[in-house]
Design a protein around this ligand. Structure first.
Ligand code: HEC
Length: 136
């Protein structure tokens, strides 16, 4: 990351911290479901993960509405910084977040995106995120 994008990210992060609670409330999260993962995750679980990603999980605030990357990295490509990108690893990542020590950019990810998600909700979000980079 260049100095400039890093600076931009910090500004954006500050904006997110102020905007996130409002955005989370204002957004009912109705988006069409992504294609089911090739691995066979149930379409319903992916659709649930999609709405949580754009709602209670707050993921969109840092990773972008299309998970294309913003403050947090792009989740739609084949490049994974912290794991090999399996669905199980993604679920663990969501549960634990990314500490300052682990973070490549120096920006932290709070566990469960800073929200309160059940294990099943974490699993659903992981299925959705996995599906983004495994479209058939
Ligand atoms: C406050 C901002 C923030 C929120 C909210 C957030 N993330 Fe993150 N996320 C990050 C940052 C920052 C990183 C990686 C930091 C680094 O290493 O540079 C990251 C990393 C990740 C990774 C690992 C990516 C890789 O390439 O290995 C996954 C997967 C992920 N986030 C998913 C999610 C999901 C799903 C949610 C919602 C439950 C979420 N994040 C919420 C900021 C956020």
């Amino acid at each position: 990351m260049t100095q400039w994008t890093r600076f931009g990210a910090v500004i954006a992060l500050a904006a997110v911290i102020h905007a996130a609670p409002v955005a989370a409330q204002a957004k009912p999260a109705a988006k069409p479901a992504a294609k089911p993962a090739a691995g066979g995750a149930a379409g319903g679980e992916i659709a649930l993960g999609d709405s949580l990603f754009h709602g209670a999980g707050n993921c969109y605030a840092c990773h972008g509405a299309k998970a294309e990357g913003a403050i947090g990295p792009n989740l739609t490509d084949a490049e994974w910084i912290h794991s090999k990108g399996s669905q199980t690893e993604i679920a663990a990542q969501i549960t634990h977040g990314v500490t300052k020590e682990q973070s490549k950019s120096g920006i932290v990810m709070p566990p469960k995106g800073g929200g309160t998600l059940t294990d099943d909700q974490v699993k659903a979000i992981a299925a959705y995120v996995y599906s983004l980079s495994h479209k058939s």
